[in-house]
Write a protein that binds this ligand. Structure first.
Ligand SMILES: [Zn+2]
Length: 453
């Protein structure tokens, strides 16, 4: 069954028809007429782009977040938990996400802990995750349930794997709604950035759900034939107290020996400095990448360029959290936050991911933030780091396995992973909003079409 995308713009200003057959683009001409039985999408001159690839996302957490209580700052935690406590059956675990942990020197004594949770929900096991994903706080009932009744404060930082082995198995989230939201945003592929020994849970959720996007996984073991591609292997050195350079270097070498590149999480200056020194020791491999590079001073950017590393960044954190960065982040680091132009000018390849559910799962918000660098309150953070709309788009249109590489092209013989906008690019580039997406095609299959089409 073929698909005809009628009257679309592949090159800005040039309107063509595009036929898709067998999962591939088969023809691009100005005069294609519909065949009998062929599905036709009338593009009305809208831009046809390569389907977007979100290079850093957490599918299972995003699916779970959709069924968890969302909290916010500490004042919002208690009412949210009380409401959920009333609604849940007796004895069921209450899982909450998105707790806004206060940062920096002003936070003293104002942190969520076991006692604070017990004051709100004393009887039911409760676990609350911090917004950045590093912190879990458990109440007394939860601690008792996992045999840690005498734990002093119930706070666990960067102990996800250890905690998970003790918690009751979480039911696998339904990824259907997540996949639907991604399709509405023009996303045809994702790289799941959750560090895991194997991709079993992800596979199981994918089998149950309706994810038709291409999925690349950073898990260590990805079983062949499951439809999940093996990507780089994620390493997660601590941002506050990174390991010794030699130890991290040995870990990187061990990953390289498996034939896969590394994707190293670096959300602080010190973790990036340590990681760069470690990669210098171990040697870089094609495809090695740094996730976030949240703080990248010039000497680090020079090393990134010299080592040929790709940075997978999150420009929308500027929009979502920029005002907090301005008050909480070390002033020496603020100008080096989530850099874009600085990387390109130094020859460092960049791509982007939403890091959802840590950030919103909207690549268009990320592109907009890359162009504007505006915080919610309207401050501009790092005006020299702004990209053009075309550069911002490219953060999401490079190949799934080559985030640092060139944008994919739409031509006969190319895989039909496509994102059709409802307006020409000259209009879209000024707005960069998700509601401009008119249709999403993955391997020739229509995943989404706006009603107007
Ligand atoms: Zn992440």
């Amino acid at each position: 069954m073929s698909l005809l995308l009628h009257d679309v713009e592949v090159v800005p200003g040039v309107r063509v028809d595009v036929r898709v057959e067998g999962g591939m683009v088969s023809a691009i001409r100005t005069d294609l007429t519909p065949r009998s039985g062929e599905r036709v999408v009338d593009g009305r001159g809208g831009a046809l782009l390569p389907g977007l690839h979100d290079h850093h996302i957490h599918l299972l957490a995003l699916g779970a977040a959709a069924t968890s209580v969302v909290t916010g700052p500490i004042e919002a935690v208690a009412p949210a938990l009380r409401g959920a406590d009333d609604a849940l059956p007796e004895g069921a675990w209450l899982r909450a996400v998105g707790y806004d942990e206060p940062q920096g020197p002003t936070s003293g004594g104002n942190e969520l802990d076991r006692a604070a949770l017990d004051a709100v929900v004393p009887d039911r096991p409760v676990r609350v995750q911090g917004r950045t994903g590093h912190l879990w706080v458990l109440n007394g009932a939860a601690l008792r349930a996992i045999g840690l009744g005498d734990h002093p404060n119930g706070r666990f930082i960067d102990q996800d794997d250890w905690l998970r082995s003790r918690l009751p198995p979480a039911s696998l989230p339904d990824l259907g709604p997540v996949a639907g939201e991604l399709a509405r945003a023009g996303v045809t592929g994702v790289t799941d950035a959750t560090p895991a020994p194997d991709a079993d849970a992800l596979n199981a959720a994918l089998q149950a759900g309706a994810v038709r996007q291409r999925v690349v996984s950073m898990a260590c073991r990805v079983a062949p034939g499951t439809g999940v591609d093996a990507g780089p292997i994620k390493l997660l050195p601590s941002d506050e107290a990174p390991p010794a350079v030699e130890d991290l270097g040995a870990e990187i070498t061990a990953v390289h020996e498996t034939g896969r590149p590394v994707a190293v999480h670096c959300a602080s200056r010190v973790s990036l400095v340590t990681t760069l020194a470690a990669i210098d020791d171990s040697g870089a491999r094609a495809g090695d990448r740094i996730e976030h590079a949240a703080v990248a001073p010039p000497e680090c950017v020079a090393s990134l360029a010299r080592l040929g590393l790709t940075v997978v960044t999150q420009p929308h954190f500027i929009a979502e959290r920029g005002d907090r960065y301005l008050t909480d982040v070390d002033p020496d680091d603020v100008r080096w936050l989530y850099r874009l132009r600085g990387h390109l000018d130094a020859g460092v390849a960049i791509a982007a991911g939403t890091d959802a559910p840590v950030g919103r799962a909207d690549p268009w918000a990320a592109m907009r933030a890359a162009v504007r660098r505006e915080t919610a309150a309207g401050a501009v953070l790092g005006p020299d780091e702004r990209l053009t709309p075309e550069q911002a788009l490219r953060l999401f249109t490079n190949a799934p396995h080559d985030p640092g590489g060139p944008s994919r092209t739409i031509e006969a013989g190319a895989e039909a992973d496509l994102c059709l906008l409802q307006v020409p690019w000259t209009v879209a580039r000024e707005e960069l909003t998700v509601d401009l997406v008119g249709a999403t095609v993955r391997a020739g299959e229509l995943l989404y079409a706006a009603v107007e089409l």
